[in-house]
Design a protein around this ligand. Structure first.
Ligand SMILES: [Zn+2]
Length: 675
């Protein structure tokens, strides 16, 4: 009896949270706050209108080739691309984006971003060439469908089951209903696999009738990239994708890479064919594919694909119609621009001359060898430029902000629409290069140990003559259009006193104008969501965990214990020494979990002689507990977990684990002090 009574509700909840959140979670909406309660966005200021006009002068808007390419081969679509889901909100709909049909950008949207947002609104089923089709803008990513001898091969089944099902149904409406025999995941990001269960049957895979093909390392990275820092990434992703902002001329218009994330259920089927050899040639159902592995580029596990029969080159997400991210502002490890450029060059050399169609898993195709070669070269050179020029300047002693301010793309690259910074920007990508080689510290000892934001904010306000004086001066700067500076000083004001309404509004106004001017969809989203939270406070939502049963099953035990470690509250663990043996009967894995010196370590393949207690269980039981399908006491009571000693120490350990709050302050001081 005593064995489970001591396990409190809290400890159950804590272990249930042991893994959380893939980054690309399908987000809920700002439903709780009615428009009447919300402080409405403001119009564009004269300085913003002038900036938009200057940009419009500088870019080749008369060139409409991209619109032709984005519409080429159009077959059919759904009205407004409306895809209903299980929630009151559709899984996908272009209806809220109808405002983008206006030819000219309003003053509140950067005209170059407006153009990209229009291109990303052209949705439906498209024929690329005989036997090769794409469904575009039914989600943030593309589904590519290739017709084999007996069935279909699908590359990247979108982010959610709902949108993938709708995309395939639209294809079947116009083409023979052949079964899907093969699925290829181009890389390990969720918008390229999450809808898989809508297009292929797991039983067929088990029976050897169907295959899922992926680059080496796919499963580890698909699950791993967003576990350890997943809670922070999810919150930050709200800023990057703007999914909580209402779409509109003063709201969300695009992410640059595509419209937004679909809302629905994420699934995952483990691949049963891994591509491990570079330039490996395989035949699936009569379709020849040459796989070009590109690890450590846009994703840690990624590959390009060349289809010689159709002269189609699929560059996955290694080329796209925008500058991609060497650093993604939701937060992630930085990517290597040098390697990225090299892999594009390899693909160009190997396949470029024999390609009539270049497709990607985002955006629209490029047609004809000459255009393809130009496109690949200038995408390659864009990443090479960012890398090399950032390194050149850092070797001259320049620091991240200075490099970002100095660098300018040559006109030959900057005038190509597909090299514009709609998703990544030259500014934050150059800082990513600095980070890759030199890290966060700029070597100026004044920045080695500065005061944290609240203390610094209070001092700034005091030295600058008090809040009222700062606001007066900042308003003048605001009128002059010096929004970056106003945002900086207003940020000090908010950190010094988050209840200062005037300061919050001034900070919001400055961010908003920067959002209106931003060419990057990601920056616009970040600025406008920052303005939203300064004005209205954090949305009162409880974001759903996107931890799916599929992802959970794929989580390695090492990763599970790593994640327990990062949740350990050092203060509560101070002075404690706890040793627990874990034995998994089905997978025949054993672990010793050791708490000592406020650090949680583990050793696999061992059992400690003098453990405080031991747990004997199987993996499905652990999964069920993590998914909250079963409580820890229930598992003990039903015999699914056998405890080899008193549970006190186990309970004590669970009580030391933090539960991460999915909504934490970003633009103002944390309300709760660090524990
Ligand atoms: Zn993607």
């Amino acid at each position: 009896m005593h064995s489970f009574n001591l396990l409190t509700r809290r400890s159950i909840g804590l272990i249930a949270q042991a893994t959380t959140l893939l980054c690309l979670q399908s987000t809920s909406v700002l439903a709780q706050q009615t428009p009447a309660q919300m402080i409405q966005p403001k119009p564009a200021e004269p300085a913003t209108i002038a900036a938009q006009a200057r940009l419009k002068q500088s870019l080749p808007f008369a060139n409409k080739d991209d619109f032709d390419d984005a519409r080429y081969g159009f077959i059919d679509t759904l009205p407004d691309a409306l895809i209903t889901g299980a929630t009151p909100y559709p899984a996908w709909s272009m209806k809220p984006y109808a405002f983008l049909q206006k030819e000219t950008a309003p003053d509140t949207v950067n005209p170059s971003l407006w153009r990209q947002a229009q291109l990303n609104s052209i949705h439906g089923l498209f024929k690329v060439t005989d036997r090769v089709y794409q469904v575009r803008n039914f989600d943030i990513s593309n589904m590519t469908i290739i017709e084999g001898d007996k069935g279909l091969l699908i590359i990247d089944p979108l982010l959610t089951r709902e949108t993938a099902a709708a995309a395939l149904a639209l294809y079947y409406k116009h083409r023979p209903k052949k079964p899907v025999l093969n699925v290829i995941y181009s890389h390990s990001h969720a918008d390229h696999f999450g809808g898989v269960k809508a297009v292929i049957d797991e039983a067929d895979i088990a029976a050897g009738k169907a295959q899922v093909i992926a680059p080496d390392g796919f499963m580890e990275h698909a699950v791993a990239e967003n576990i350890i820092a997943g809670n922070a990434m999810s919150r930050r992703a709200q800023y990057q994708f703007g999914a909580l902002l209402p779409p509109g001329e003063k709201g969300q218009v695009d992410t640059g890479l595509g419209k937004t994330l679909s809302r629905g259920s994420l699934t995952l089927i483990a691949p049963n064919v891994l591509i491990k050899q570079n330039m490996e040639k395989r035949v699936f159902d009569g379709i020849e594919v040459v796989f070009h592995l590109t690890p450590g580029t846009e994703a840690p596990s990624e590959m390009n694909m060349y289809f010689p029969q159709f002269k189609v080159l699929d560059m996955a997400e290694n080329t796209s119609h925008n500058m991609h991210n060497l650093y993604t502002i939701r937060g992630a490890e930085v990517r290597d621009g040098n390697a990225w450029a090299r892999y594009i060059d390899e693909a160009l050399g190997a396949f470029g001359a024999n390609s009539s169609y270049l497709i990607g898993q985002h955006h629209w195709p490029t047609r004809g060898p000459q255009k393809i070669a130009d496109f690949m070269k200038k995408q390659r050179d864009m990443y090479k430029f960012i890398h090399d020029q950032s390194v050149r300047l850092l070797n001259q002693g320049y620091t991240p902000n200075e490099i970002a301010e100095t660098l300018q793309m040559p006109a030959s690259l900057a005038n190509e629409w597909y090299d514009r910074g709609y998703y990544g920007t030259l500014s934050h990508n150059s800082k990513a290069v600095y980070q890759k080689y030199l890290g966060w510290y700029d070597a100026n000892p004044a920045n080695l140990n500065p005061l944290p934001p609240v203390e610094a904010g209070k001092k700034y306000v005091e030295y600058m003559g008090g809040a009222d004086n700062i606001i007066k001066r900042a308003r003048e700067d605001y009128k002059q259009g010096n929004y970056r500076w106003v945002a900086t000083v207003a940020n000090h004001l908010v950190y010094a006193d988050p209840s200062n309404r005037e300061a919050r509004e001034l900070a919001a106004d400055a961010l908003e104008q920067m959002g209106y001017q931003a060419e990057a969809g990601t920056w616009r989203n970040a600025y406008l969501f920052g303005a939203y939270e300064l004005r209205n406070g954090m949305p009162k939502i409880n974001p759903p965990s996107s931890l799916t049963a599929d992802a959970l099953q794929a989580l390695s035990l090492d990763m599970f214990f790593d994640f327990l470690g990062v949740r350990l509250n050092a203060g509560r663990a101070d002075g404690k020494h706890i040793v627990i043996n874990w034995q998994f009967t089905d997978t025949r894995q054993t672990y010793v979990l050791n708490l000592e010196n406020s650090a949680l370590t583990y050793t696999s393949g061992k059992a400690a002689d003098k453990a405080d207690t031991s747990l004997v269980l199987d993996r499905p039981t652990l999964n069920a507990i993590m998914l909250k399908q079963m409580t820890f006491p229930q598992a003990v009571q039903s015999g699914k977990i056998k405890l080899g000693g008193p549970p006190d120490k186990l309970v004590e350990l669970f009580s030391m684990l933090d539960e991460f709050n999915p909504m934490f302050e970003v633009i103002e001081p944390k309300k709760a002090a660090p524990k």
